[in-house]
Every structure is written in C-alpha cells, then in structure tokens.
Ligand binder design. Structure first.
Ligand code: ATP
Ligand code: MG
Length: 418
C-alpha cells in the first residue's frame, strides 16, 4: 500500500471537532475585530519568499519545498502566508481602498523540517495582517486578538513575550555594538553563530544552543538603544496591553533578523508544549510592502500554529455535537416512510441519520447508540399500515406510540423545550 508522507498528517473525523472549534473561534474573533478573510495560493514563485522572508533565514536556507514548473520557473509551496498576502495586497491595489485593510487567513503551510511532536512538514496557521496603520493601537489590536484567541480556547500556561526592534537606523547602530560584544566571545559561540555573526548578528541572540545563550546572556540590549520615537511606540504598546490587562514579559532577545521587521515583535509560548513551545508569533513589518514593490505601507500581524493549539486544547473547548435522531425502518413501506421522516427532520434543522445496512431492530438500536442518538423513530410496514410509529428515548429506553403524520412536529416541539 501507499503511505502518506512523513510529517504530513491526515486529520481524521475523530479529531475534526477540535479543528472546527479552533477554526470557528478564529473566524468568529477575526470578524469581531474587523478582519476579513483572504485566501492566497499555496504556491508562489520562489523569489517572493526569498525576498520577503530573507535569504539568511532557516526557512529560506533549508526548509522550503521548491520545484521547477514545466517552463523552468522556480516555484515554492508557501512556508508562511504573509508573503502571499503582501503580494496580493500590492497586486490588487488594496492600498487604494478607503477602508483599512485588515486581513486574516487560515490554511496549510509547508516546511521541510525534522518531524516531531508539534513540528510537521504540512502544518496549519491562523494569521492576521493589519495594513496601513503605524499607530501603536494597531499593534495592541493584533496582540489582543491573538491573546483572546488563545484564551477563548482555554489554552493553559501562556506567556506573551515582547520586544522592540526599533527603527532600521536604531538597529544598524545597535548591530555594531552587538558585533563588538560578540567578537570578544567568539570562541564560546557555535559554528553557525560564528558564520552568521557578521551578516546578521541579531540572529545570534535567537540561537537555541545553550552555550550561545550563556555567552550572550549579558549582551547589550536593543531596547537600551531605541530612538525616542521607537521608545514612545514601544511604551504606548506596553501601556495599551496593561490597559487591556494582557500580561507580558519583556524579552530583549526576541529578534527577527531582517531589516523590514521594525518596532514591536512578540511571541506567545506555553510551558505545556515542551521543546516546541512557541504557539504563535508576530510583529511589525513596516518595510515589507515596499521591499516587494508596493507603496510604503506600515503593517503588523501574527501567525499561530494550529497543531500546537490543538495539542493543548482542553476537551471542554470542543462543543458537543447537536442532539441526533435516529430513524430505524423495516420493510418496504417502513423504508419509504423513513425516507420522508429523515427528510422532514433534516429540513427542520434536526440532525438525523439511519443505517441502510441494518435490518433488525437490535442492529438499528446498536447503531443509534454508537452514533449517540438521543431518540430513535421506529417504523415498519405494520406501523405504516396503522399510521403510527414508535418514539424511543435512547437514554431511558421508554417507547411511546405517535401518529406517523405528526410525529416529527411533536418530537421537534419536545426537543425545543428540552
Ligand atoms: P519555531 O521556533 O517553532 O521553528 P518559527 O519561528 O519557525 O517557529 P513562525 O514562522 O513564526 O515559526 O510561525 C508561527 C507559528 O507557526 C509557530 O509559533 C508555530 O506554532 C507554528 N509552526 C511553525 N513551524 C511549524 C511546523 N513545522 N509545524 C507545526 N507548527 C509550526
Ligand atoms: Mg521554524
């Protein structure tokens, strides 16, 4: 037999209620906060990702699924959706809209990584992008939407970490100071960090290797080198979070190595997740629209990994399915009556089902129980002849006879009361 690909999972019916709860919460909150859905393609020209994510990132260096189209064009399965959203924003001139463009997306992303719990090669993200406003309140809105999403789902042990990357000029001044510091401890850094120190010293702060972490523990902080406007922006964001009672922890090591990331950057983690503890991350990327050929446009967004959300989702966050009525029929007349009953129930919005393979009452009732039916309507040729049917309460096992023609209405009325 042919197997699925390593790190690429099926989501089976037994798990689907969790996913629908997560996606439903995402859509509901996005709507409440004024974000509209955008659906961008799952593949794009490679250059889009190389330019927007940055050539020296893990994603572009080693994680992309890239292939050649028949005409030789290099294409890539999207490793994230910000690049596609920005491309669409520019290509369809959404900047010209008189209303702010606040977009959200839900869907699969693809990265060639070593699969493990919470790390897959096809995974799913919910993300938002707020285009057009440089106001710190836009940052606060995006963070509060992420926080609300995770807390409405009841996820445990969440920590919001936040930092400011300053303006581009703050960063280039800081890079020189940081490089100076790193040069003095070069011998304590990993190979990877020594290599990238000169091209992208900020990424050394992000290194997960314990020795590198220790060596850079007392590194100078970017937040001590912010311009007054960057400082004010950061203070406003922090004050807004306090107003909304969203707890945060300052993390001066939280960096992104690319120049179009500016000012606010944040990440939400959970201790419950173990090694892959990041649930979602985001920040301001005021330079990106311009880098991709659009008008100068401030923007801020986040992306949250839904597999990791699902791993932590408490059962209580998954709503029980609506009550179901099962229809058990016998004989030709019974089957015909059953067809109408199912149709009527479903037309009235009642979840209703049967089993076309069952022929005995025992078999029908067993299926009704397996499906979790609250009631079963039992109708055979004899009942049809009498114009009656039996209504069985699956919990109490009580049965009563009802007129065939009005049974559905009577049952629905009773369900409405219950
Ligand atoms: P990590 O540090 O875990 O590699 P990242 O910085 O690569 O994360 P982002 O690109 O910021 O992650 O994506 C946002 C979120 O998407 C992450 O916080 C995580 O929840 C999720 N995510 C990223 N990569 C994967 C993956 N391979 N499998 C499952 N979820 C992922
Ligand atoms: Mg990663």
């Amino acid at each position: 037999m042919i197997h699925g690909i390593k790190g690429v999972k099926d989501i089976l019916p037994a798990e689907i209620a969790r996913w629908q709860a997560i996606e439903g919460t995402a859509r509901r909150l996005a709507m409440l906060y004024g974000y509209q859905e955008i659906r961008v393609p799952v593949f794009e020209v490679t250059e889009l990702f190389a330019r927007s994510i940055g050539a020296t990132t893990d994603i572009v260096e080693k994680e992309m699924y890239t292939f050649h189209d028949r005409d030789g064009t290099s294409l890539t399965l999207r490793p994230e959706a910000t690049a596609g959203a920005v491309r669409a924003y520019i290509e369809h001139n959404l900047a010209a809209s008189p209303t702010a463009q606040k977009l959200y997306y839900l869907g699969p992303m693809f990265r060639h990584e070593r699969p493990q719990a919470g790390r897959l090669r096809q995974f799913h993200q919910f993300g938002v992008e707020s285009f057009g406003s440089a106001d710190p309140r836009a940052d606060i809105e995006v963070i509060s939407l992420l926080w609300r999403f995770l807390s409405d789902l009841g996820l445990p042990d969440l920590t919001l970490e936040i930092n400011s990357l300053g303006e581009a000029s703050d960063r280039s001044a800081y890079k020189a100071i940081l490089l100076d510091f790193l040069k003095k401890r070069e011998d304590r850094l990993c190979q990877n960090c020594r290599r990238r120190m000169d091209t992208n010293p900020l990424r050394v702060l992000d290194c997960k290797v314990p020795e590198c972490k220790a060596a850079t523990e007392d590194a100078p902080k970017l937040t001590d080198h912010l311009s007054s406007s960057a400082r004010r922006h950061f203070d406003d964001v922090l004050a807004g979070l306090s107003t909304l009672e969203i707890p945060y922890v300052l993390n001066p090591r939280l960096v992104r190595g690319l120049d179009y990331y500016t000012l606010t950057t944040f990440e939400v983690t959970s201790r419950r997740l173990g090694a892959q503890n990041a649930v979602g991350a985001g920040g301001r990327y005021d330079g990106l629209v311009e880098v991709l050929g659009g008008p100068k446009t401030p923007a801020v967004g986040f992306a949250v990994g839904l597999e990791r959300v699902s791993l932590m989702l408490p059962d209580a966050a998954v709503p029980a399915p609506p009550m179901m009525v099962f229809v058990a029929t016998f004989g030709e007349q019974g089957a015909a009556a059953g067809l109408r009953l199912l149709h009527e129930l479903r037309a009235l919005g009642v979840r209703a089902d049967t089993d076309y393979r069952a022929s005995t009452l025992k078999a029908h009732l067993r299926q009704a129980d397996r499906l979790g039916a609250a009631f079963t309507l039992i109708v055979g040729d004899d009942e049809v002849a009498k114009g009656r049917l039996l209504l069985r309460n699956m919990r109490t096992k009580e049965q009563e006879e009802l007129p065939l023609s009005t049974a559905v209405k009577a049952l629905v009325a009773r369900l409405g009361q219950g």
